[in-house]
Design a binder for this molecule. Structure first.
Ligand code: PEP
Ligand code: MN
Length: 264
């Protein structure tokens, strides 16, 4: 099956191309996003990801800096030659966000927001579509079809865990979904072990497991001081952990490429 290769300003995902996304859950300040962008670049990342608009469970929690945050992130990404990905929650924000992002992220809570999906079909920038927390693989792939059917073939899927009976972790990352989706679809898929586990110490092993299962990219949340993060601190990696992860990703991809299963 011929795979979709998506080219974003010369960086590619799909086929044999691997894309690395990293950044804070939320953009917290200009200084914070510049500090994070520097480490993402230094460790070999491709895409700076951070939320300007955050879909928080409680309306009393930090909701994101909004447009000014996106402006800071774009400046930081330009300085360090990174791409920008950020979550869009409202279709009325497309034109505004188009000025700042290279990839529109659709969060788990909006996977079946069909008016948003249809509107993103009208743009040509790639859409990173996250799996809904109770969505089946079929529903996930059909949500992607909405964007494609309405005109935008540049969809990147993201497995970010599903809600199960298990409460020891925030979500249960569905490793099965990765090779299954690669059998059923030509779209690239990224693994997000930060939301998939919710537990910092599990993020590195589960990211590497996702790569071995065939993921075309990875996404992680990082923060210079996770205990002070305004959102998702417990699952955010320290910079030191991130450096280790990025080195191990390189080795894992080399190893994966050497396996017979990937040569057949
Ligand atoms: C995020 O990526 O910060 C996020 C809110 O993720 P999800 O939509 O997967 O919960
Ligand atoms: Mn988050």
């Amino acid at each position: 099956m011929k795979k979709n290769i998506i080219d974003i300003k010369g960086r590619k995902i799909g086929g044999n191309h691997f894309l690395r996304f990293a950044g804070p859950c939320a953009i917290e300040s200009r200084e914070n996003i510049f500090e994070i962008a520097k480490i993402v670049k230094k460790c070999g990342g491709d895409v700076l990801r951070g939320g300007g608009f955050k879909p928080r469970t409680s309306p009393y929690d930090f909701q994101g800096l909004g447009e000014i945050g996106l402006k800071y992130m774009k400046e930081a990404a330009e300085k360090y030659d990174l791409l920008v990905a950020s979550e869009i929650m409202d279709k009325d924000d497309i034109d505004m966000m188009n000025r700042y992002v290279d990839i529109f992220q659709v969060g788990a809570r909006n996977m079946q927001n069909f008016s948003l999906l249809k509107a993103l079909g009208k743009v040509q920038k790639p859409v990173l579509l996250k799996r809904g927390m109770s969505a089946t693989v079929h529903e996930f792939l059909m949500a992607a079809e909405y964007i494609i059917y309405h005109g935008n073939p540049n969809v990147i899927l993201c497995e970010r865990g599903i809600r199960t009976f298990e409460t020891a972790t925030r979500n249960t990352l569905d490793i099965n979904a990765i090779p299954l989706i690669k059998l059923k679809s030509t779209l690239p898929i990224v693994i997000d072990a930060s939301h998939g586990t919710g537990v910092r110490d599990l993020v590195i092993p589960i990211t590497l497991a996702g790569l071995m299962a065939g993921a075309d990219g990875m996404m992680v949340e990082i923060h210079p001081e996770p205990e002070k993060a305004l959102s998702d601190g417990p699952q955010s990696l320290y910079f030191e952990d991130f450096k280790i992860l990025m080195k191990d990703i390189k080795k894992t991809i080399e190893f994966r490429n050497s396996l017979n299963i990937n040569k057949k």
